[in-house]
Design a binder for this molecule. Structure first.
Ligand code: GUN
Length: 294
């Protein structure tokens, strides 16, 4: 078997175009949605993400602001920045790029973001809303993107056994919550696995849909996949590769080539889940503005 490749670049582009149309309609009435990204320090991967978010915003006709703070910025400075953005009427969505430097308490910072502007969906209010199925919740962009990929690729989640590998607050936990919701892209039977799961391959082999979000390069191997399963790779890992000028290449959490032989559909890395995340962040910023105006 050779898996169908789920193209996140094309799907992400479609969603961003849909958002741009809605933004155009809103802008006709005056304001436009604004997203602020806050980057502390110079982590190269975070800088790349924040730059692509800014560019995507502008392409969709949204207002975009990037606040850069030095790596040694104090927690108080970061909290002040959040307060200022909370009070800024041109800003509808606020995102503080993670991870933050060790001397800053991330929990405290995330809780300072006004929940109505929390387009990452990391504030406990939005986490709670997601769990109880409140439609005004902001869905964390990466799992929301995965869900949209499944829906828009015609992959049925209803009644399927979905196995999520990883229990992070950014991906694993919200992914599991989205998949058990009643509605499109939901109604799955969900198992969440983590580092203490006993006999992980036995569990993953039971998956109709496997979502890998563990942050370990090529951890999911072909023997862990049931033939015909759908495999979604959320990982993005740098591995050394002396044969390329950059000295590294990007790989997912899934051993792509061998798993693609067994799966019925698979996301590539890069070009799979990554571009969907940005598209859903724009969608969330639009949702924030619409909910504020209601
Ligand atoms: N770091 C990795 N993924 C994310 C994300 O979705 N949002 C934020 N704020 N930081 C991240």
């Amino acid at each position: 078997m050779s898996a169908k490749i789920l193209d996140g670049v094309a799907l992400g582009k479609t969603i961003r175009a849909e958002v741009a149309v809605a933004v155009g309609r809103l802008s006709g009435n005056g304001g436009k949605p604004g997203l602020a990204a806050v980057l502390v320090g110079e982590d190269p991967a975070s800088a790349v993400y924040v730059r692509s978010k800014g560019k995507a915003c502008e392409e969709a006709g949204m207002h975009s602001v990037t606040v850069r703070l030095p790596a040694d910025a104090s927690e108080a400075e970061l909290l002040d920045t959040v307060d200022r953005l909370n009070a800024d009427p041109r800003i509808h969505g606020i995102l503080v790029q993670l991870p933050l430097p060790k001397h800053i308490n991330s929990e405290k910072v995330l809780r300072r973001i006004d929940p109505t502007k929390d387009v990452d969906g990391f504030h406990p209010i939005n986490v709670g809303k997601l769990v109880i199925g409140d439609k005004t919740a902001f869905r964390p962009a990466t799992p929301y993107g995965v869900q949209q990929m499944l829906i828009r690729s015609g992959i049925e989640t209803k009644g399927a056994h979905a196995v999520v590998v990883g229990r992070s607050n950014i991906v694993g936990r919200p992914m599991a919550n989205l998949l058990i919701q009643d509605g499109p892209g939901g109604n799955a039977t969900v198992t969440v696995c983590h580092s203490r799961t006993r006999d992980l391959p036995a569990v993953t082999r039971g998956a109709d849909i496997l979502v890998a979000a563990i942050g370990k390069p090529e951890f999911i191997t072909a023997d862990m996949i049931r033939p015909g399963a759908v495999v979604i790779d959320v990982g993005i890992n740098r591995v050394d590769d002396a044969s390329v000028p950059k000295g590294y290449r990007l790989v997912g959490d899934v051993a792509y080539a061998p798993v693609a032989e067994v799966a019925s559909a698979i996301t590539p890395v890069p070009g799979g889940v990554g571009p969907m995340t940005i598209a859903m962040l724009l969608q969330n910023t639009l949702q924030a503005m619409e909910q504020m105006e209601r």
